[in-house]
Design a protein around this ligand. Structure first.
Ligand SMILES: [Fe+2]
Length: 286
């Protein structure tokens, strides 16, 4: 790897994550800088860039080095338009005040961003702006380690299975907010392998999350039970990394092999939690 002299990295755990120093994401990255970061991303699957000071445009430009930013489905206006690809995620209400009413929020369930798209997503970049004094961590579960640690009997049982991932399923079961007919047309259910192979590392991935609605070819209840069993396995503490946010952290992660969720273990109605997100589209097959 050709690494610029100023760019250094430190693994967070032996298998997952690295902190990256010596790069200012406000700047246009040189090809050498980008290539080094890209290599670190493929190797560690989660990168933390502490102490950044980036605006939405700079965050979008960084994301575009990796691919095409993906807009979100839910509309803020009633004109049917998508929200911007670079957008904030907060616990604030329309008056800008912290509110507990945001607890029914899909971010608190394990998921891979945009798993309901045909190509899933490559990565998410989340930038910490305002954080509670403690708590509010984002948790990441490593689906490669989760697959590796399955009993051989389970690996044989799930070999070749395919899973339906449905945005509508999540909206119905978690948000209790049924889709409109227009929204439904934009997010038809998709099918992914239950055990896809990481396109770069070749490692097998136990790919699940809150959009996983059923297993193709299995009775609905049996498929749901299997999804639940596998997801409980994948999210055990030994596979989970908790990121403790500091303002200025830019965290990017590989949605192909990690699921994540936010935590609400702080005074949600008292402290502001404001982050800025952009998701980079994936490729098929992912
Ligand atoms: Fe997410």
């Amino acid at each position: 790897m050709n690494v610029p002299a100023t760019l250094t990295s430190k693994p967070i755990t032996p298998r997952l994550g690295a902190e990256v120093y010596g790069v200012d994401l406000r700047d246009h990255l040189s090809e050498v800088q980008f290539s080094a970061i890209h290599d670190l991303f493929q190797k560690h699957h989660l990168l933390v860039f502490p102490g950044q000071q980036i605006d939405a445009e700079q965050q979008g430009a960084f994301a575009e080095r990796f691919g095409t930013p993906d807009p979100v489905v839910k509309t803020e206006a009633n004109d049917g338009s998508y929200r911007n690809a670079v957008h904030t995620v907060t616990n604030l209400n329309d008056q800008g005040e912290p509110t507990t009413s945001m607890v029914i929020n899909a971010n608190y369930w394990w998921h891979s961003d945009r798993a309901y798209r045909p190509a899933g997503s490559l990565a998410t970049m989340l930038y910490g702006i305002e954080l509670p004094p403690t708590g509010g961590d984002t948790l990441f579960a490593d689906l490669i380690q989760a697959y590796e640690s399955l009993p051989e009997s389970m690996k044989r049982r799930i070999e070749g299975l395919k899973v339906v991932h449905s945005y509508e399923f999540m909206r119905d079961t978690i948000m209790k907010l049924p889709l409109t007919d227009e929204e439904r047309k934009k997010v038809m259910p998709v099918v992914h392998d239950l055990v896809p192979v990481h396109p770069v590392t070749g490692e097998k991935i136990l790919f699940l999350g809150m959009y996983a609605s059923e297993i193709v070819g299995l009775p609905l209840a049996e498929g749901r039970d299997l999804i639940t069993e596998l997801q409980e396995h994948a999210t055990q503490p030994q596979f989970v990394l908790a990121h403790k946010w500091r303002p200025g952290d830019l965290v990017m992660w590989d949605n192909r092999c990690l699921i994540h969720k936010a935590t609400s273990d702080y005074a949600v109605g008292q402290y502001r939690r404001v982050l800025r997100r952009v998701v980079v589209q994936g490729k098929q097959p992912f």
